[in-house]
Structures are given as C-alpha cells and as structure tokens.
Ligand binder design. Structure first.
Ligand SMILES: Nc1nc2c(ncn2[C@@H]2O[C@H](COP(=O)(O)OP(=O)(O)O)[C@@H](O)[C@H]2O)c(=O)[nH]1
Ligand SMILES: [Mg+2]
Ligand SMILES: [Zn+2]
Length: 361
C-alpha cells in the first residue's frame, strides 16, 4: 500500500497522509507503522494496523539523549520479526509536538511526557480551590510543546461558586478556552468534548478527576479511577501507565498519572505565551529593559496598582522565569562538563601518544 486511502485501522489513532508519506521508505524496508501507547522498561504497548500489541524498544530505548527515547504518542517503524521473532521498534518518525519536562534531580536533561499531542487538556479541580500557580506552570509546559492548551475545570458539582472560580482561572489562562464540567453528573462533558481535537492528553494533579472525565468522554469504564483520600484530598496513584484510546467523536485520548512537581525545561517561549497579558503590558513600559520592580513609567506595576493585574500573577511569572533560567544554566553546566571530560580524554590520549612516539624514536 503506497497511496493513502484513509481506511487504515490506525486512522482512529491519528494516522494521516503526511505520516503515510514519511513512512514510504520504512514500508519498502518491510517495517510497519505503530503508535506507542506506553513504555515501561524497554517494553512498549503499541497499536498497529493489526491491533494492539507489545514490542521491544530495542536499541532506541537508550539513546544518548533521553528525550530521544520512545514515549507515549510516538509514531514508530516496527520490525514485526525482530530478534527472537519478537516485534522491535526500528525508528521513530519525527515528532510534531513534544511535552518536555525537566527530569529528576542531577540529570539536567529533558524528559518527554508525550509526543504528537494536539490538545493538552489541563484538568483543574474546582474543589479544593483551583491552584492557579500550578495551572500557569502546566500552561507554559503545554504552550512550549507546540500543542494547543485548554483548561477543564472538574468536579463542578461540588463547587460552591463555579462562576467565580472560572473567572479567576480565565484570568490566569489568557487566550485559552476554559470549560467547566462534572463527570459525576455529566454536565458540561459535551462542551469539553467540543473543545478537544486530534490527540488529546489529560494532565493535572492526581485526584483531579482526569480518568473519570476520560471515561465520560470515551463512554466506557476503560480507565482506572481512584478514590480521593478524605484526609488530605490527594488521590492515590491509580493511573500507573499512560493509556491511549480513540475517542468516539474522533481523536485519541491519552490519560496520564498525576503530575506532581513537574519542572519546566527550556520553556521560555511557553512562558511568554502563558503570560501573554503581562508581555503585552510590558510593551507599554517606558524602558525597553524594564524589570517591573521600581522603574518609573512601568505599565505592569500600573496594572497591578489599578487592580487589572493580580500581584500573585506577576510573582508567579517571576518565579517560573527564575526556575526556567536555573534549569537552563544547569543544562549549560552539564554541556560544559561533558565538553571538559571530552577534552580531558583527548589530552590523555595525546599525552600517551607522545609518550609512545618518544619511545619509538
Ligand atoms: N463529585 C465529583 N467527584 C469526581 C468527579 N470526577 C472525579 N471525581 C472523583 O475524584 C476522584 C479521583 O478521580 P480520578 O478520575 O481517579 O482522578 P485522576 O487521578 O485525575 O485520574 C474519584 O474518587 C472520583 O470519583 C466529579 O465530576 N464530581
Ligand atoms: Mg487517573
Ligand atoms: Zn515595567
């Protein structure tokens, strides 16, 4: 099959003409297309034209840069009969978008949460009160990925004043659609479905109601949900793996485990999008390099004083910018250290070489 006819079983997972074109050479080499649903210690859950299956990530599992390892949402070229007759990933197709977070301490590299996502749905529970700082962080991450963020307010049935909370959230999410729903009563679920398109990933803290909403959108009970501990309002980690399922109205849903403490990674552009209102105000400051602290003619401080910009939001922008800059400096430090190690190895080798030459003479 060399021409795209849209009848591939993978169409429900987002397979399209562009991917088909990209795949022609792989196809000629006897490889088949697969979408990666989940990766766990070098083994992947994949979906292929002949249905779901398992495949080894093979050598792709440990590239030099962990961000290049296969992840949920990746399109891959699969060799159906790899070593031992088992399917193995042979290559990844270029990613259209990638949600990248900073990885665990010490390792200053990015880690990809999901690839080829079109819509990032940030789940914000209305009970307890929305955490605006966390929302802003996730929106920066989402904008940086290249996908379109939307905000889904969950548990509307339990909110005392959903309208007030929705206004606060909207002010923290300029240019982003905000939809409230209750997966418990079904209210607003259709409105949520209407703002989602393509490959959708649900992100947000554990216990936010992501999997419950996912089931309402899917019309199934396919995703595991958990009870929230009464004591602290936190959910148990019930979603152990990322799950990827086609939505009835088109598109694909990826459910994620709760993201706690997700760090920004090289997200300067995403931050500027997430704080577009402040960036716009800043264009009106008297000085081009205004830091919005004590400068005269500062339009940002004027907006804070006038009540049209929340002080909290300016502080939050600063905090996230600092964090992003710190991660960047750490990354540069790692690159410098790597270069230094390489240089050391080179000069060790040179010293040895000169010594040996000296002996030869
Ligand atoms: N009242 C109410 N509870 C909900 C709603 N959605 C989810 N929950 C409850 O919140 C808890 C966590 O839900 P879950 O979907 O597992 O959250 P996740 O960790 O974000 O996937 C479960 O006990 C759900 O029953 C809702 O719309 N209203
Ligand atoms: Mg869940
Ligand atoms: Zn200013």
């Amino acid at each position: 099959m060399s021409s795209f006819d849209g009848s591939s079983p993978l169409s429900a997972y987002g397979w399209d003409e562009t991917l088909n074109e990209l795949f022609l050479a792989h196809r000629a080499a006897g490889l088949v297309p697969a979408r990666v649903a989940a990766v766990d210690r070098g083994l992947c859950d994949v979906v292929t034209e002949s249905g779901p299956g398992r495949a080894s990530a093979g050598p792709l599992a440990s590239p030099g840069d962990p961000a290049a390892a296969p992840c949920t949402g990746d399109w891959a070229a699969l060799r159906p009969d790899g070593p031992g007759g088992r399917p193995v990933l042979a290559a990844l197709l270029p990613r259209r978008t990638a949600i990248v977070r900073s990885s665990a301490a010490r390792d200053s590299r990015g880690q990809v949460l999901a690839a080829n996502v079109d819509t990032v749905a940030v789940a914000v529970p209305l009970v307890p009160d929305p955490d605006l700082g966390r929302l802003e962080r996730l929106l920066a991450l989402a904008w940086e990925s290249g996908a379109r963020p939307v905000v889904v307010l969950t548990k509307a049935d339990r909110a005392a004043s959903p309208a007030g909370a929705q206004a606060d959230v909207a002010a923290a999410a300029p240019g982003v659609e905000v939809v409230a729903c209750s997966a418990a009563t079904g209210d607003g679920v259709d409105a949520v479905a209407a703002v989602l398109s393509g490959t959708v990933v649900l992100v947000g803290p554990s216990g936010a109601g992501k999997s419950t909403l996912g089931n309402a959108l899917l019309g199934t009970g396919a995703l595991a949900t958990g009870e929230v501990r009464a004591s602290d309002g936190k959910g148990r980690h019930t979603t152990v793996r990322r799950e990827m399922l086609p939505l009835p109205g088109g598109g694909v849903l990826i459910d994620t485990p709760g993201l706690r403490g997700v760090g920004l990674f090289d997200a300067g552009g995403g931050l500027r999008r997430a704080f577009a209102d402040i960036e716009e105000l800043a264009a009106g400051c008297r000085f081009g390099d205004c830091a919005h602290r004590t400068e005269p003619g500062c339009a940002v401080l004027a907006a804070v004083a006038g009540g049209s910009l929340a002080r909290r939001r300016l502080d939050s922008y600063r905090k996230l910018q600092r964090e992003n800059a710190w991660i960047a400096s750490r990354t540069d430090a790692r690159l410098r250290a790597e270069q230094r190690d390489k240089w050391k190895a080179v000069s060790r080798w040179q010293r040895r070489m000169y010594k040996e030459r000296g002996r030869d003479r």
